[in-house]
Design a protein around this ligand. Structure first.
Ligand code: 5AD
Ligand code: SF4
Length: 472
């Protein structure tokens, strides 16, 4: 969920191939290729899968044509995400004709949602493995090798993979994601996640902090703590010591080193506490950035969405953030055209967006998902043209808000963590401000390198990027 440009949907990171070349692939007998779709949690899960496969003697490859095993780590959040995966599977079918021993596996949310239907409907799949069943991968691969179909879609109440050290995939060596919890108990009525990822459970705090420390020791400078709803993180250590809340976990992570930046995603407006905000304000290395999905600005629609807050509550939360962390960046997720949404509801959404002055948003039109509360209770009754028209208005407003937000930064100086070359030129560095904005600036005689912090004065901007120059 960390891209700067406004996105109409988050399928933009679909199909990224992973290549954990920390090991020499030639030492492995068989090679796997993994492609991830959807949210950051899936990308993080692929790193756990890579770790499990590495331990079992499989090496990763970036080239699917030389793979013995192909995995798609899939997303079900919107119908379009599922269609993309289906298309990709038919492409891999051609490879299976050429190489009959090739195994193709579906992992993640689509595996969980469709279960063995996948094997019946899509004859192209050999393995179907849900998000809580990755430990059974090696056994299922053995079964599939002998011609059986391997399926495990059992959800767990306690699996957090806390003891598995993820293999960092496609890493820039500077920024990493650390999963702190799994599943979701919120039951937002539009959302399939509680069904595909199961009940919420928090990972052992000590193992999270160990992972952060190990990343820092390996040269990483920024960690994003990941969960569907990080504010409900809640872990009671087995030794009976007191319960650790998200605010406490944040503080523990911030204390790993002042040179290690901490981010987190995603926050729920009903759950984010003053404690979290004050902890952010206290530690310079906890980034001043909150992803605070609005979904809708209409209290009536929010109620149908089962979001458990009102328009007023949300706006008061934004006020509170600005009060405690005056320069905090705020971004959002917005759904256009949810069941029964009227023109007035839509205007309410635009109004709250304007009030919140989001720096960035992920914007979607409502896509009915089978099995969700909304699908069972309400009619998907907003015509597609209306959904699209409203989405377009939302996108236009967000584009203006992003442009204005960037313009307000001109003349200001930000501490930037250099992540690498800018996309457009090897003469320029790309990094992020604490507020999660991308800043591009000339390298200045190569005095710095990725992983360094530099002060950058913003001189101009586009809608998606700040441009500046080093001032220290
Ligand atoms: N239709 C459209 N958008 C959805 N999201 C979740 N479910 C749906 C759906 N059925 C969006 C929400 C969520 C983000 C990850 O995806 O805005 O915050
Ligand atoms: Fe889905 Fe709501 Fe949970 Fe987010 S908080 S994963 S939108 S149910």
């Amino acid at each position: 969920m960390f891209e700067v440009a406004n996105k109409v949907h988050d399928e933009t990171r679909q199909g990224e191939a992973y290549s954990p070349f920390i090991n020499d692939t030639n030492t492995y007998v068989r090679k796997f290729y993994i492609e991830s779709y959807g949210c950051q949690m899936n990308f993080s899960d692929s790193e756990i899968v890579a770790s499990i496969l590495n331990t079992e003697g499989f090496g990763a490859t970036r080239n699917f044509e030389e793979a013995d095993l192909i995995f798609l780590n899939t997303c079900s959040i919107r119908e379009k995400a599922e269609q993309t995966v289906r298309k990709r599977l038919t492409e891999f079918k051609k490879l299976k004709h050429k190489n009959p021993s090739l195994l193709v596996g579906v992992l993640g949310c689509m595996a969980e949602r469709l279960k063995s239907k996948f094997l019946e409907e899509e004859k192209l799949v050999d393995l179907v493995i849900g998000p809580d069943a990755y430990r059974s991968l090696p056994g299922l691969i053995t079964e599939a090798d002998s011609g059986q179909k391997g399926v495990n879609v059992l959800l767990s109440r306690d699996e957090t993979y806390s003891d598995i050290a993820p293999v960092r995939l496609n890493s820039n060596g500077i920024t990493a994601f650390v999963s702190i919890m799994r599943g979701c108990n919120n039951m937002c009525s539009f959302c399939v996640v509680p069904f595909t990822r199961g009940r919420e459970r928090s990972r052992d705090a000590a193992s999270i902090i160990d992972e952060c420390q190990n990343l820092f020791n390996a040269g990483y400078k920024e960690i994003t703590l990941l969960g569907q709803n990080v504010d409900s993180y809640y872990y009671t250590p087995e030794d009976g010591s007191s319960t650790i809340t998200f605010a406490m976990l944040l503080e523990m992570a911030a204390r790993v080193s002042p040179d290690l930046r901490i981010r987190f995603s995603t926050s729920h407006p009903k759950d984010i506490t003053d404690d979290v905000l004050y902890t952010m304000a206290r530690y310079e290395n906890i980034c001043n950035y909150i992803h605070l999905p609005l979904q809708s600005g209409s209290t009536r629609v929010l109620q149908l969405m089962n979001r458990n807050y009102t328009q007023e509550w949300y706006m008061a939360k934004v006020d509170r953030i600005r009060e405690i962390i005056p320069d905090c960046g705020i971004s959002s997720d917005i759904i256009a055209g949810f069941c029964t949404e009227t023109e007035q509801d839509h205007k309410d959404t635009l109004q709250v967006m304007e009030y919140s002055t989001y720096d960035m948003s992920y914007m979607f039109f409502y896509s009915e998902r089978p099995g969700t509360l909304a699908q069972r209770r309400y009619k998907d009754d907003v015509p597609e043209e209306v959904k699209k028209q409203r989405l377009q208005e939302i996108v236009q407003l967000q584009n203006r808000l992003s442009q204005q937000s960037n313009q307000r930064d001109i003349g200001k100086t930000f501490k930037v963590l250099i992540e690498g070359d800018s996309k457009k030129s090897s003469q320029d560095w790309m990094g992020r401000s604490s507020q999660n904005k991308v800043i591009v600036f000339p390298k200045n005689d190569y005095l710095f390198q990725p992983g360094n912090y530099v002060c950058v004065k913003v001189t101009s901007c586009t809608q998606a990027t700040l441009l500046g120059e080093i001032v220290n």
